[in-house]
Design a protein. Structure first.
Length: 368
C-alpha cells in the first residue's frame, strides 16, 4: 500500500450543499492537533467483507472481520512549526505525519490548510533514508473537500501525477474521483463504537506512457473505496474493492484497515478558530530535538503572557515570550540557547506558559 493511499481525500472539489445528522467541521479537524492514530491494515489481496448499506442512522459492524496479513501505520496530527520543508508552505495550519513502524527510516508529511469552507492541500513531502537517503517535496494548491463534511455532500476531485524525462519518455497518471458522503451512523470495531460519516469514492485511474511525445500505451482502472471518518478520531475504517469492481455492495476487498489505537487529547477549538475557546499549550515538535524545536499555544483572551524555559532544577534558562498578546494562536521556536545566547547542555527541560487565566507546563528533551 502506498503512503498516498493513506490520505483520505484527493484534490479539486466541487461541493453540493446538504444537511446531515453528523457534521465534521474546521474546528473538528484543527482539534486533532496533538493526537496520534495507529492504523492496522490487512495486506491480503482478497479479504471477505460486508461493507453495509448507505443511508442515515446505519450500523457498520467490523468486529468479526479479521485482519490477517497486517501492517501498522501511524498518523500524527501536528501543528506546522518546526516540520521539514514547512517554510515552503506559509499558510498551512494542519499537518498529517505518516510513519511505518516496520520501516522507521521512512516518513511522509501532508501539509494542509483548513478553512471554514474548504480543506486544501498545499503539498507533501516524502523522506526515505534506506537504502539511500532520498527526499521529495510535491507542491499542490488543490481543494480536497468542502467544509463542513456532512451526509449528502457530493464533489468531484482530480489528481495528475507525472514522472520521467519529457518529451523523450514519461508516465502520466490521471485520477478522477466522485466523492459522496453516502451514510452516517455507528461503526463498531474492536477498539470501540464510533459515530461516523461514510465517504464513498468512485475512482477512475488512467495511466499513460509517453515516448518521444507520443502516447504508446494506456490502461484504465476503476474501483470503489469507503472511508469511515469521525469528529474526534478522524479515520476509523477503510475498505477498497477489487480493481474493476464498481459494485457498491462488494464483498471481496483489495484493501481493509481499522483504527487500532489512539493517543493524545483533541484540542477544543469550537467557535471561531481565529479566537480559540480555550487556553492551550501544545507539546513541542520535534521532541526530542536538535538543534531547535517549535512551541505552539493558543489564548482565549488578550492579556499578558510569559513563555519560559526552565531546567530540571527549576532555574529559568530562556524567556521566549513576555508581554501583552491578543487572543489567537501563536508559535515560537527555541534554538537551545539561554538568555545570553549560549548553547545549553543536553537534557530534560520544562517550558511553562503563564497568562492571567492559568499556568500550563510541559517537558521536552534536547539532544546534542
Amino acid at each position: 500500500m502506498s503512503w498516498k493511499a493513506l490520505l483520505l481525500f484527493i484534490s479539486l472539489t466541487l461541493p453540493v450543499a446538504a444537511f446531515g445528522q453528523i457534521q465534521i467541521t474546521q474546528q473538528n479537524l484543527l482539534g486533532q492537533i496533538g493526537t496520534t492514530q495507529t492504523i492496522i491494515e490487512d495486506e491480503r489481496f482478497h479479504i471477505p467483507i460486508d461493507v453495509g448499506e448507505a443511508g442515515a442512522n446505519k450500523v457498520w459492524d467490523f468486529r468479526s472481520t479479521p485482519l490477517v496479513d497486517t501492517v501498522f501505520v501511524v498518523n500524527e496530527f501536528l501543528p506546522p512549526g518546526g516540520l521539514p520543508g514547512i517554510e515552503r508552505f506559509p499558510d498551512v495550519n494542519w499537518v498529517q505525519k505518516i510513519t511505518f513502524p516496520d520501516f522507521p527510516d521512512n516518513e511522509a508529511y501532508n501539509y494542509l490548510n483548513v478553512t471554514s469552507d474548504y480543506l486544501i492541500t498545499r503539498g507533501d513531502s516524502v523522506a526515505f533514508t534506506e537504502p539511500i537517503d532520498t527526499s521529495f517535496v510535491f507542491f499542490q494548491n488543490d481543494t480536497v473537500a468542502p467544509m463542513p463534511l456532512e451526509f449528502g455532500n457530493m464533489w468531484t476531485s482530480t489528481e495528475i501525477d507525472t514522472d520521467g524525462f519529457y518529451p523523450d519518455f514519461g508516465n502520466i497518471s490521471l485520477d478522477t474521483t466522485i466523492n459522496h458522503i453516502d451514510g452516517w451512523g455507528m461503526v463498531r470495531i474492536p477498539l470501540g463504537d464510533f459515530e461516523c460519516l461514510r465517504l464513498r469514492q468512485d475512482i477512475k485511474a488512467v495511466n499513460l506512457t509517453v515516448v518521444a511525445g507520443e502516447i504508446t500505451s494506456s490502461n484504465t482502472d476503476t474501483w470503489i473505496q469507503y472511508d469511515w471518518i469521525s469528529k474526534n478520531e478522524f479515520f476509523v475504517a477503510r475498505a477498497q474493492s477489487q480493481f474493476g469492481n464498481t459494485n457498491p455492495d462488494f464483498t471481496d476487498a483489495n484493501g481493509y484497515g481499522l483504527l487500532h489505537a489512539k493517543s493524545g487529547t483533541p484540542t477544543s477549538v469550537e467557535g471561531n478558530p481565529e479566537v480559540p475557546e480555550s487556553f492551550v499549550l501544545f507539546q513541542n515538535y520535534p521532541n526530542p530535538f536538535n538543534p531547535e524545536t517549535a512551541i505552539s499555544f493558543q489564548m482565549r483572551e488578550a492579556g499578558p503572557v510569559d513563555l519560559t524555559i526552565f531546567n530540571v532544577l527549576g532555574q529559568p534558562v530562556r524567556k521566549l515570550v513576555s508581554g501583552f498578546m491578543d487572543a489567537g494562536s501563536r508559535q515560537v521556536t527555541w534554538d537551545g540557547t539561554d538568555n545570553l545566547g549560549q548553547r545549553v547542555s543536553s537534557g530534560v527541560y520544562v517550558y511553562q506558559l503563564q497568562s492571567s487565566e492559568l499556568v500550563q507546563t510541559k517537558k521536552m528533551v534536547l539532544l546534542q
